[in-house]
Design a protein around this ligand. Structure first.
Ligand SMILES: C[S@@+](CC[C@H](N)C(=O)[O-])C[C@H]1O[C@@H](n2cnc3c(N)ncnc32)[C@H](O)[C@@H]1O
Length: 660
C-alpha cells in the first residue's frame, strides 16, 4: 500500500503573521543580503512562497503622527526612509524602523512595476502591525519587493548619463556660469508622476483582522513610505494616488530650501546635486519652482519671503542652487531648463538678508541697535543661520549683545564673533547649553543696566565665548575687514552681487564640512573647489588604503594656505581600487590595518550613496548619525573614518566618470 504522506498543515497566512508579530521574529526562508551600492541591501527568498503567504513584518517602533513628524525633522535623510506612515482606525500612525534591529522587513526594496508582495496592516493585541504578504508565487532566489507607493522615489527616475555626470559634480559657481545653457533630459519609467507625487496614499492599505479569515490580495494597495511630510493636515494630506494635488489642496506656500531629491510638482525638475530654493506647500508638502507655481497659482514674492519659517531657517544652512524653469508637460522628454540668473541672485539675496537684516518674528534672525547711549549694544538674535557652523553668529536662541565700538560710534562697522582657530570645533550639546545659559545671563545683566551687572555680563559673555568687544580682533566674514559695523556693513553686502558669490562660498564650505579650515580667513583669501577634487594627498591616501583614515586638513575641497595640486587623473589609475572592502593596507599614520568589511561598506553606503553619487562630502555630524544608527556595525570606525570613506568613494566615482 502506498505510503500516505501526511503533509503538515500550512498555517494560515494571517495566523502566521500574528504569530511572528508576537514573537518579533522573522520567519525562515528569507535572507537579507547586499545587492549593490545603489540599492543597498535587499531581502531574498530561499524557498518558494505561494500567493497569499505571509512573508515578513515591517518591524519597528509604533509611533504617533506627531512623534513621526518630530523624527522627520531630526533624522538624516537616510533614516527618514524607514519612517512608514499609514492610516489605521482613522488615525495617522507610523512604524519607525530606523534602528537596525537585524529584522528583514525594513530591508525590503521597492518595485512599482512587478512587485511580488504587498504591505497590509493586521491587528495584534489591539495594535496595528505592518506585514508583507505574497501577491503571487515567489521562486527561491527572488528578491522580495513591494510597491512603496506613487511618490517620486528617486531610484525610479534616471537622468541621461552625460548630463548626470555633468550635474553630479557641478558646484555652485559652475552653476552660475552655465545658468542659461543647460539642457535637461529626464527619463522616467512612470508617467503621471507629477500628478501623484505629493499626496501619498495610505487609504488603500488593507487592514486584516483576525475576524477576517481570508486575506484579500486583490487590488493594488497604495501603501507608502512617505516622503518627509510636515504640518500635515489629515484631511488634506492623504488622497488617492491618482488624484492630483492641484485638485485637492488649497496650497499655502512658503519659501523653502528644498532637497535635491524633491522636484517641482509642476515641471518635475530640477534634477539637482544640491538643494534648491522654491516654494513648499505647508499643507501637502508639494514643491514648486516659484516661476512654475506662479503660472498656475496666485503668489507674490513678498508673500513667501515673509513666510519663511524658522524651519526654513534651520534648513537653509545648505547650498542653494538655481531653480530651473521648464515647460510643465508631464511627458518626460527633453526639456530645456532655463535658469534665470537674476532670480537666482535675488533668491540668494533674499535668503541671506532674511538671516541678517529684516527685523521680523522673534524666532528669526534680527539685528537691532539698542538705544542705550551709554553703551550702545547691538543685539544679534540668532536663529540657526547659514553661518551657525562657522561660529559667525550665535546659536539658535542665543541672545548676543555685541558692544559697539565707542570710537567708531555706530558708524557702520561690524563686530562679528570670531573664535580662535584652536577653539574651532563643533560645540557639544553641553557646551552649547552652558554657552546659552551664559549668554542669556549676560543679556539679563545688561538689561539691568547697572555698572556691576555690566562687569558680570562681560564675564558671562566671555564664558559663552560670544564676546565681541571692540578690542578683540573680529573680522567680517564677508569681506574680511576688521571691526566693521554690522548692520550697515551687511546691508552694503546684501546689495552687492559679489557678496552673493561669497556667501555661496561659505555655503559651499559648510557643505563640504570644512568651515574650521577657513575660520579666521577673509573670504577673498579662501579658495573653495566646488566639487570633490583629487589632490596629491588624496592620491596618497587612496594609495595607502582607500583611506578611511584621517584626511589631510585641506582635503575637504578647500585650499587656502595649504597648497592643493590637482592630480592628473591618469596617474591615479593604478592606485585607486574599486572596492574598499578589498583593501587591506597599512596606514602609516595610524600604524594599523584598515579593512572595510562588506557589512561596514553596506552600512555606510546606506546613508551616503546619494552623497557619493553627487560628489558631495558628508559632514561629521552626518557621519556620527550614521555610526550611531548602524551601531554596532560601525563601532570600530570613527565619524572621520566614515567621512573619508565617503569622500574617497566620491573621488573614485568621479575619476571613473572622467575617464569615460
Ligand atoms: C526601507 S530601505 C530598504 C533597504 C535598503 N535597500 C537598505 O539597504 O537599507 C529603503 C531604501 O532602499 C533603497 N531602495 C529601495 N528600493 C529601491 C530600488 N528599487 N532601487 C534602488 N534603491 C532602492 C532606497 O535607498 C531607499 O531609500
Amino acid at each position: 500500500m502506498a505510503e500516505v504522506k501526511r503533509r503538515r498543515r500550512k498555517p494560515k497566512p494571517l495566523e502566521e503573521a500574528i504569530q511572528f508579530s508576537l514573537l518579533k521574529k522573522d520567519k525562515e526562508g528569507l535572507d537579507g543580503r547586499f545587492i549593490n551600492d545603489s540599492k543597498g541591501r535587499g531581502v531574498f527568498s530561499c524557498t518558494e512562497f505561494d500567493k497569499g503567504d505571509f512573508l515578513l513584518e515591517y518591524r519597528g517602533d509604533l509611533i504617533s503622527k506627531e512623534e513621526c513628524e518630530r523624527r522627520q525633522r531630526v533624522y538624516h535623510d537616510a533614516l527618514k526612509v524607514f519612517l512608514f506612515e499609514f492610516r489605521y482606525d482613522g488615525k495617522l500612525l507610523c512604524v519607525d524602523a530606523a534602528r537596525d534591529d537585524a529584522s528583514l522587513g525594513r530591508l525590503v526594496n521597492d518595485d512599482h512595476i512587478n512587485p511580488n508582495s504587498k504591505m497590509k496592516t493586521i491587528r495584534v493585541d489591539g495594535k496595528p502591525h505592518l506585514c508583507l504578504f505574497a501577491i503571487r508565487s515567489i521562486c527561491a532566489g527572488e528578491e522580495i519587493t513591494y510597491n512603496y507607493g506613487d511618490s517620486e522615489w528617486p531610484w525610479r527616475c534616471t537622468v541621461c548619463k552625460p548630463l548626470q555626470q555633468e550635474l553630479l559634480f557641478i558646484g555652485l559657481f559652475q552653476r552660475f556660469k552655465i545658468l542659461s545653457q543647460i539642457q535637461l533630459t529626464v527619463v522616467s519609467d512612470q508617467s503621471g508622476l507629477m500628478e501623484s507625487r505629493v499626496c501619498a496614499s495610505t487609504e488603500g492599505l488593507e487592514q486584516v483582522t483576525p475576524e477576517k479569515d481570508r486575506i484579500s490580495l486583490e487590488g493594488q494597495d497604495c501603501v507608502e513610505k512617505m516622503p518627509p511630510v510636515k504640518e500635515l493636515n489629515e484631511e488634506q494630506s492623504f488622497c488617492g494616488p491618482t488624484e492630483g494635488v492641484k485638485e485637492i489642496c488649497k496650497h499655502d506656500v512658503v519659501t523653502s530650501a528644498i532637497s535635491s531629491m524633491d522636484r517641482c510638482a509642476e515641471c518635475v525638475g530640477p534634477v539637482a546635486a544640491l538643494k534648491w530654493i522654491g516654494l513648499r506647500c505647508k499643507l501637502c508638502s508639494s514643491f514648486w519652482h516659484k516661476s512654475c507655481y506662479s503660472k498656475f497659482h496666485e503668489w507674490t514674492r513678498k508673500q513667501s519671503s515673509l513666510d519663511v519659517s524658522s524651519e526654513e531657517d534651520e534648513q537653509s544652512d545648505e547650498e542653494y542652487i538655481p531653480e530651473s524653469e521648464s515647460d510643465s508637460s508631464v511627458e518626460l522628454t527633453t526639456r530645456p531648463a532655463r535658469y534665470d540668473q537674476a532670480e537666482l541672485l535675488s533668491d540668494i539675496q533674499g535668503a541671506a538678508s532674511s538671516k541678517f537684516s529684516e527685523p521680523r518674528r522673534s524666532d528669526e534672525t534680527s539685528l537691532n541697535l539698542s538705544e542705550d547711549k551709554e553703551k550702545p549694544i547691538l543685539k544679534a538674535r540668532g536663529a540657526a543661520c547659514v553661518f551657525e557652523e562657522s561660529g559667525l553668529f550665535c546659536h539658535e536662541e542665543q541672545l548676543t549683545d555685541v558692544e559697539i565700538d565707542s570710537e567708531s560710534d555706530r558708524s557702520g562697522e561690524c563686530h562679528l564673533p570670531r573664535k580662535q582657530d584652536s577653539e574651532v570645533r563643533r560645540s557639544t550639546d553641553e557646551d552649547s547649553t552652558e554657552k546659552l545659559l551664559n549668554a542669556k545671563r549676560a543679556a539679563t545683566l545688561r538689561e539691568e543696566g547697572r555698572e556691576s551687572s555690566m562687569a558680570e555680563a562681560d564675564q558671562c559673555e566671555q564664558s559663552a565665548n560670544i564676546s565681541c568687544s571692540a578690542n578683540s580682533k573680529n573680522y567680517c566674514y564677508i569681506c574680511g575687514k576688521p571691526q566693521s559695523k554690522l548692520a550697515r556693513h551687511l546691508k552694503t553686502h546684501m546689495s552687492d552681487v559679489e557678496v552673493l558669490a561669497k556667501i555661496s562660498k561659505l555655503l559651499l564650505a559648510m557643505e563640504k564640512g570644512c568651515l574650521p579650515n577657513i575660520q579666521g580667513k577673509s573670504l577673498d583669501d579662501i579658495e573653495i573647489e566646488d566639487e570633490i577634487s583629487m589632490t596629491d594627498s588624496d592620491a596618497s591616501d587612496l594609495n595607502e588604503s582607500e583611506s578611511e583614515d584621517d584626511a589631510p586638513a585641506g582635503a575637504a575641497g578647500v585650499s587656502s594656505d595649504v597648497d592643493v595640486h590637482k592630480m592628473p587623473i591618469e596617474e591615479t589609475t593604478e592606485v585607486l581600487r574599486e572596492n574598499e572592502s578589498e583593501a587591506e593596507i597599512e596606514n602609516p599614520r595610524r600604524g594599523q590595518k584598515v579593512c572595510w568589511s562588506d557589512a561596514e561598506v553596506s552600512a555606510v553606503m546606506k546613508h551616503f550613496k546619494a552623497h557619493i553619487m553627487k560628489g558631495k562630502l558628508a559632514t561629521l555630524t552626518e557621519c556620527q548619525q550614521c555610526k550611531t544608527a548602524e551601531d554596532p556595525v560601525l563601532a570600530r570606525r570613527s565619524a572621520q573614518n566614515i567621512r573619508d570613506f565617503v569622500r574617497n568613494r566620491g573621488i573614485t566615482l568621479k575619476r571613473k566618470a572622467q575617464s569615460k
